[in-house]
Design a protein around this ligand. Structure first.
Ligand code: ZN
Length: 304
């Protein structure tokens, strides 16, 4: 047996050494457990605004695995075909480039003792279009009347309430599909200007579709919202579980109601130009635990 890395004064009881060695063997000490954990991200290059999939191979059989990542709590699922734990996560648009820690905590299947492991990942800066486009929008969206301001406040209250709900169970499975087969008219992260006033970055993906185009659920989930809001127009939100939502804006017709369970590809509504829209198009957004992620990058992920 090779000598332990931590040499203790001979005067101390060898029991201390044995206990320390025992801890090292069950993964209590990073030096001993580091070699046996495998932690990967997809894509390998992380950027701000990007969703990602963590895959973890643990050194022992676990009952459960959770992690802390950029202030978010991740709940991992077990993929029996690859014998790996996986969780969807993301990096907010506001995250600055740097190194960030994924702090894993597992529960051993045999003795229910906790095992921990930390790995840091570099986050690079994504290049989002800086092209400023002058768009003209009706005055009711830039200078709303007191009555319209009330409707706006009501919409914000509904979003504050519903969009921050977190259902613990994962409902999504497999890849996220495009909600419509159409050209992209505006990408995620671009800067826009309405009537000369700079707005926050575009937090969704726009599809160039005429009114009445069927809009499909990007993955399986439950209909969290299906109602008209001031800016969003006819608005559908799907809850895919674990804080992952997909949002479909400016629809002309609902094909689902709140509480319905949908599968990937199910038609949830027809596209339109309701709410704050310069014309008919489909705006799709991906929200993960309160932060908006790039839908195009999500659709590129190969998911279990
Ligand atoms: Zn949009």
């Amino acid at each position: 047996m090779s000598p332990p890395r931590y040499f203790l004064p001979r005067a101390q009881s060898t029991l201390v050494g044995l206990v320390a060695l025992g801890l090292a063997l069950i993964g209590g000490l990073p030096s001993a457990s580091a070699a046996s954990w495998t932690v990967r991200s997809q894509p390998a290059r992380m950027v701000n605004g990007g969703p990602l999939l963590f895959r973890v191979k643990a050194p022992a059989k676990l009952d459960a695995l959770t992690a802390s990542w950029l202030g978010h709590q991740l709940i991992f699922s077990y993929d029996t075909s690859t014998k790996t734990w996986f969780a969807l996560a993301g990096v907010s648009l506001e995250t600055t480039p740097g190194k960030y820690a994924l702090e894993l905590t597992g529960e051993r299947a045999d003795n229910h003792s906790p095992v921990t492991f930390t790995r840091t990942f570099p986050v690079a800066a994504a290049k989002y279009p800086k092209i400023k486009v002058e768009l003209s929008v009706e005055k009711k969206f830039t200078e709303p009347t007191p009555e319209q301001q009330e409707q706006i406040a009501e919409g914000q209250k509904i979003k504050q309430d519903y969009l921050n709900r977190l259902t613990p169970d994962r409902e999504w499975s497999g890849k996220f599909d495009a909600p419509a087969e159409a050209d992209i008219s505006d990408v995620f992260g671009s800067q826009r200007i309405f009537n000369g006033v700079a707005q926050s970055p575009h937090l969704g993906l726009d599809f160039r579709v005429p009114t009445g185009t069927p809009v499909a659920a990007m993955n399986s989930g439950t209909v969290l919202l299906a109602r008209p809001l001031y800016f969003e127009g006819e608005f559908v939100v799907l809850d895919h579980g674990q804080g992952l939502l997909t949002l479909y804006l400016h629809l002309s017709e609902f094909k689902v109601k709140e509480g319905d369970v949908v599968k990937r590809g199910d038609i949830i509504g027809l596209s339109g130009g309701t709410g704050r829209a310069t014309g008919p198009h489909l705006h799709v957004a991906v929200r993960w635990q309160g932060t908006y992620l790039d839908p195009a990058r999500l659709m590129q992920l190969a998911l279990p």
